[in-house]
Design a protein. Structure first.
Length: 233
């Protein structure tokens, strides 16, 4: 498994708190002992912890498209990535690595938000398109790979593979969601999109969150991707 984190200014292009981003990423070091990486630009910051499995030498993240206008941090495995890479190469996309992560950025270029409908696998990822100033968070249909997010009072969106990464921010509200607690005692778990805290939400399985800068709200988009699963997060 790998880990990902991010900070997105939904209102403007204010500088990203690099110390916070690093602290969030470091909190997930157990998910990715083989290295870390960061992308920081005006109003957006992404972090990644890597467990090297596919293309050990060339699969470092964050990973970019050809002109560096699209960047992704990703956790999981896309089982049909070789077939997708072949299809995307035939459409003119140039690949620099042999890892499944690069398929995500080129699939976004080709199909936009519908890219997730082409993926068979287990995944959670955050993709930033600097040309359209769009943040895209996606999760596999069965929800094997986790992704948590919260909106802070100042308009920043923070997200990560584990809830504790979000709690690196002192601005995150820490009130319990008592309805979620009741759900836990009734069902033995907290149903998506709730979490044990009112301020933190889980991206539901098979959903994506599309957020363009300047928008005040964003609605999850249902994905029709059909993943093949055989492991846990």
């Amino acid at each position: 498994m790998c880990g990902l984190v991010g900070i997105f200014d939904t209102v403007d292009r204010r500088p990203i708190d690099r110390d916070l981003l690093v602290a969030m990423n470091d909190s997930l070091s157990h998910r990715g002992p083989d290295g870390d990486g960061f992308y920081v630009a005006d109003g957006i910051g992404l972090g990644h912890r890597r467990l090297s499995i596919i293309d050990v030498a060339g699969g470092h993240q964050p990973l970019f498209n050809e002109d560096h206008s699209v960047v992704v941090v990703y956790n999981g495995e896309i089982y049909n990535f070789k077939e997708l890479a072949q299809q995307l190469r035939a459409r003119g996309h140039q690949f620099r690595t042999l890892c499944d992560t690069e398929v995500v950025v080129h699939a976004w270029e080709e199909w936009g938000p519908d890219c997730v409908t082409h993926f068979r696998g287990m995944f959670a990822f955050a993709l930033w398109d600097s040309k359209s100033e769009t943040l895209f968070l996606g999760r596999d249909r069965l929800g094997i790979k986790p992704l948590y997010y919260a909106t802070l009072a100042d308009g920043r969106l923070i997200f990560g593979s584990e809830m504790k990464a979000l709690f690196c921010s002192s601005a995150l509200e820490r009130r319990f969601d008592f309805e979620a607690i009741e759900d836990y005692f009734a069902f033995g778990y907290v149903p998506d999109p709730k979490s044990i805290y009112r301020s933190v939400r889980k991206l539901p399985p098979g959903h994506a969150l599309v957020w363009k800068r300047g928008a005040t709200t964003a609605s999850p988009r249902r994905s029709t991707a059909v993943p093949t699963c055989g492991t846990t997060a």
